[in-house]
Design a protein around this ligand. Structure first.
Ligand code: PAF
Length: 307
């Protein structure tokens, strides 16, 4: 695997791949890889000739009191995970390479979808994400880009940006990856103390409880949200930031629940801010649920878990 730091170098590698008819697959990341990143890389490897991973802790998507300075880093481990996943090139620019003039004068803003959920407490976050993703799309020119469904709102926002700007890129949503006890994989899990780590799976347990109520016939969004709030209250180490139920594509709040929708939450656990969700489909009496996959260890296959 090659590690490249300049825009000129990565551009030229991607241009050459396209010139000979190769499909470029792109996985944007902020590093500190876990099984979720690994699965994005493996999916990209399966479908493309050249796989590019960006490794850039993007300062513009962090708010003033967030964890930019403390964001976990382990380049040696990241390099070996990406190499094992078959990545061809890791693009690792400096902040000065990406933002030579400091804070960019041009930003990309996606309206509506960025309101509420994570946008409520992180008002500048999604502009930072869409601006850096638009830049990376322009630099790399992939035909496909891979994003995890854990960041459900981010995925919807990037999809909308790509469609609105007519970018010729297929945005591929990939399964959320969980640890064996249900905790969603996140680089920020590294912040958890042993006691916080022990409490954190209650977030998924609360979502699973709401899914059980849906399967029993509950359709009132308020009742489902209340059940999650009550369940998370059982773990005092967790402080819920939001629980929201929104339509799958438009992210419009829905009540009663119907069609395809996401039940999403964010919570503070010590220093960490964790997010999680389940995607539910209701079609008549049929209820389908996508809770993601659980990884069976660093080399093992992934299996689907449904509550
Ligand atoms: O999901 C992330 O890791 C980041 O938001 C992304 C998409 C790499 C942009 O910096």
């Amino acid at each position: 695997m090659r590690v490249l730091a300049t825009i000129a170098e990565i551009r030229s590698v991607c241009e050459e791949a396209r010139r000979v008819g190769g499909a470029v697959g792109f996985v944007p990341t902020m590093g500190y890889f876990h099984a979720g990143h690994r699965s994005l890389m493996e999916i990209a490897r399966r479908d493309n000739d050249l796989v590019v991973v960006s490794h850039f802790v993007n300062p513009t998507q962090f708010g003033p009191n967030e964890d930019l300075g403390a964001y976990p880093r382990d380049l040696e481990r990241d390099t070996s995970i990406a190499t094992a996943a078959g990545v061809d090139v890791m693009f690792m620019p400096t902040v000065a390479e990406m933002y030579p003039g400091g804070t960019p004068h041009t930003t990309v803003h996606v309206a509506d979808l960025t309101e509420g959920m994570c946008g409520a407490t992180r008002p500048t976050h999604f502009d930072g994400v869409t601006t850096v993703v638009a830049k990376l799309f322009s630099i790399i020119g992939p035909c496909r880009a891979y994003f995890g469904r854990k960041d459900f709102q981010q995925l919807a926002v990037v999809r909308r940006m790509t469609a609105d700007l007519d970018l010729p890129i297929e945005v591929v949503g990939c399964p959320l990856v969980r640890e064996a006890d249900g905790l969603a994989r996140s680089s920020r899990n590294a912040y958890l103390t042993p006691a916080e780590r022990a409490a954190a799976p209650q977030l998924y347990a609360a979502l699973s409880g709401a899914v059980a109520l849906i399967r029993e016939g509950e359709r009132r969004a308020g009742a489902l949200v209340d059940s999650i709030i009550a369940s998370v209250a059982d773990a005092p180490a967790l402080t819920l930031e939001y629980v929201e139920i929104r339509a799958g594509d438009s992210l419009v709040p829905i009540d009663p629940v119907r069609g395809s929708f996401v039940v999403a939450l964010a919570a503070k656990v010590g220093r960490a801010r964790l997010i999680d969700n389940v995607v539910v489909g209701i079609d008549g009496d049929q209820v389908s649920v996508d809770t993601g996959v659980v990884d069976a260890g660093s080399d093992g296959p992934s299996v689907v878990v449904n509550p």
